[in-house]
Write a protein that binds this ligand. Structure first.
Ligand SMILES: NC(=O)c1ccc[n+]([C@@H]2O[C@H](COP(=O)([O-])OP(=O)(O)OC[C@H]3O[C@@H](n4cnc5c(N)ncnc54)[C@H](OP(=O)(O)O)[C@@H]3O)[C@@H](O)[C@H]2O)c1
Length: 303
């Protein structure tokens, strides 16, 4: 089969992700970087038959451990990752998505670049303009669900002209890869609409509890919930999970505000959620992060 590293640019659309009849293919995927979600997405691509590479330089021991467990290959340097990958997959904190794209682009990456981060449509379109300067093709992505261990855990939605080619390379493992009919920006819009509800309502719930604490009516509120809103107490008991990820959700909520504003809608819900998660960022990855009233205290001034 043709050498992926020497394909002329005008053959890219036909070549990417298209197996040559009778010959085995193994997609060459670069992953930046193997976080909780990224490592699981990488492991899913490995299960689907791909070779998934990454770069340990500059990353934490936790990323190293996740990458090893996921069966990813450490190629040592970012230059090697750029040269060997036919598809580069960015799964990083949303606030770092542009910086990561810049780093990869500066090294001359010119194949398929999938940005699967929780960013605004306008942000991913800006990233597309930048990565396409070197001849790369941007595929927009949005991940919904938990790090995929088995089918049904998570979906990766893709949009843009090269989404079908990217889907062929990333599919085959427990992660469900879904191409949606839309341009770059569509997959990010879907992710933002979804996250504005799930993460926005967690922030609202914590705020409501803090308000009740501040006014001395928290106990009465919880008693009323037990009578008329029983789901809320149960959800409040899980707010520790939101607190652990609050540091990463600040940027995601800011991107959400930009998404609402870009559609001519009030951005205030997501702006408030970003402020709530800013006040909770001290619980980054803390397994002992509190829930309920104990967490809500930290939203109050002076805490
Ligand atoms: N986790 C989920 O359940 C979930 C669900 C849906 C979507 N997502 C999306 O997946 C993306 C990543 O989530 P995750 O759970 O994998 O995050 P994570 O566990 O925090 O991992 C982030 C990865 O990016 C690296 N990183 C941290 N700061 C960076 C920076 N400034 N520049 C470049 N790389 C950096 C980390 O490396 P080191 O820590 O080693 O430095 C780590 O390997 C986000 O866009 C998120 O919205 C996650």
């Amino acid at each position: 089969m043709a050498d992926p590293m020497n394909m002329p640019p005008d053959d890219e659309l036909r070549w990417y992700g298209t197996p040559t009849p009778g010959e085995p293919t193994r997609s060459q995927i670069g992953l930046v970087h193997p976080g909780q979600m990224g490592a699981a997405v990488g492991a899913s691509a490995v299960a689907g038959g791909a070779r998934v590479m990454w770069v340990s330089d500059g990353r934490s021991a936790a990323s190293v451990a996740r990458a090893e467990a996921a069966g990813l290959e450490d190629v040592g340097w970012m230059n090697a990752l750029v040269n060997r990958s036919e598809l580069m997959l960015s799964v990083c904190p949303p606030g770092a998505a542009e910086e990561v794209a810049e780093e990869i682009t500066n090294l001359g990456f010119n194949r398929i670049y999938v940005d699967a981060n929780a960013i605004a449509p306008a942000t991913v379109r800006r990233i597309a303009e930048r990565v396409e300067e070197t001849g790369a093709h941007l595929v927009d992505g949005g991940i919904i669900g938990a790090p995929p261990q088995q089918p049904g855990d998570a979906r990766l939605y893709l949009s843009g002209e090269f989404a079908p080619a990217a889907a062929r390379m990333l599919a085959g493992g427990p992660l469900e890869v879904i191409v949606i009919d839309g341009p770059v920006g569509a997959a990010s819009a879907l992710k933002q609409a979804y996250g504005a509800w799930t993460k926005g309502t967690s922030a609202l719930l914590a705020s409501v509890e803090a308000l009740a604490l501040a006014e001395g009516v928290h106990g009465v509120l919880v008693a009323e919930w037990a009578r008329s809103q029983p789901a809320l107490a149960a959800r409040s008991a899980h707010l520790n999970e939101a607190a652990q990820k609050a540091w990463r959700w600040i940027a995601e909520m800011e991107e959400g505000a930009a998404t609402f504003a870009g559609a001519g809608l009030p951005p205030g819900f997501s702006e408030a959620a970003a402020e709530v998660y800013t006040r909770l960022q001290r619980f980054k990855d803390d397994p002992d992060a509190p829930s309920g009233a104990a967490l809500a205290h930290y939203l109050l001034p002076g805490e």
